[in-house]
Design a protein. Structure first.
Length: 288
């Protein structure tokens, strides 16, 4: 069956007997990949899971910087704030075979799957063998896209006159190939979640078209559409101190959170809960 076979319905995440691998992937920059990866990782920790994070974006290293800022904050503030076991995959040196980098990632992933409940991988914003391998290990793939027709192009190409889907994008084709690789290697499946970030509160023609096209494409290539993170200044500010919206009560003590903060926390936990990994502890983000 081809990519547009029509009957490839998305499947809920299933227990695999090892740590649940969550890959956050999108080959377009500025979609909020690292913010999503960090908040998903900390959200899972708030549910009682041990979590490893892996940064594959050797050029930008945004998730690595985020974790580094977090470690500095914990040391300076002397607060009991959880953090992940973090790893960064360095680029293959000039002259080395790409297979060396792939083998390093394979060993890292398989080791983390044994020792952690969940592994959150921040994939690079470009297509390479390391990114493809990571996608083939995903139990859940999260693709954040901004709510625009420009960002929809990462999933499929659209006829601008007729506003009809013409063909899957290069990235969608790659995901399809890695789904097949995972099925052949371990008889596993990938639950693909497309996450709509920065949705405008205004009912615009653009938003309606994106929603219509996503709904149509989801049925054709098998992904779930989930609401994502709003356009909030707080997400950018928290990066500088390495915190997430879920940490603010632990970091700020009794300081009351604003309605906007509560709304942002709900957005994050909606994504975390959509992954379907059962909680080990009560949801701490629901405290008053």
């Amino acid at each position: 069956m081809g990519l547009f076979g029509g009957n490839n319905k998305p499947k809920p995440a299933q227990a695999t007997g090892h740590g649940h691998v969550i890959v956050v992937g999108n080959e377009k920059g500025g979609s909020g990949k690292s913010t999503t990866a960090m908040h998903v990782a900390i959200g899972l920790m708030h549910l009682g899971h041990s979590v490893a994070t892996i940064d594959l974006d050797s050029r930008q290293g945004t998730l690595t910087r985020y974790i580094g800022n977090r470690q500095k904050y914990i040391q300076a503030a002397k607060k009991e704030i959880q953090t992940t076991d973090h790893y960064r995959v360095e680029p293959t040196a000039d002259g080395q075979s790409p297979d060396i980098g792939k083998e390093k990632l394979r060993l890292l992933l398989e080791g983390a799957m044994i020792n952690h409940d969940a592994i959150v991988v921040d994939a690079p914003g470009s297509d390479n063998q390391i990114s493809r391998l990571a996608h083939s290990y995903a139990d859940t793939l999260i693709t954040p896209i901004n709510d625009s027709l420009v960002d929809f192009d990462v999933l499929a190409h659209v006829d601008g006159n007729k506003m009809e889907i013409l063909a899957p994008s290069h990235y969608a084709e790659m995901v399809w190939e890695q789904k097949k690789t995972k099925a052949e290697r371990e008889q596993g499946s990938v639950d693909w979640m497309v996450m709509r970030n920065r949705i405008s509160s205004l009912d615009t023609h653009n938003a309606r078209e994106v929603n219509r096209l996503l709904t149509e494409l989801a049925k054709r290539i098998g992904f779930r559409v989930v609401p994502g993170l709003g356009e909030r200044v707080i997400f950018r500010e928290l990066f500088l101190v390495g915190l997430t919206i879920l940490d603010l009560q632990d970091a700020g003590g009794a300081r009351a959170l604003s309605p906007s903060h509560h709304a942002a926390r709900e957005e994050v936990m909606t994504v975390v809960n959509a992954i379907g990994v059962p909680a080990k502890l009560p949801n701490r983000t629901n405290r008053g």
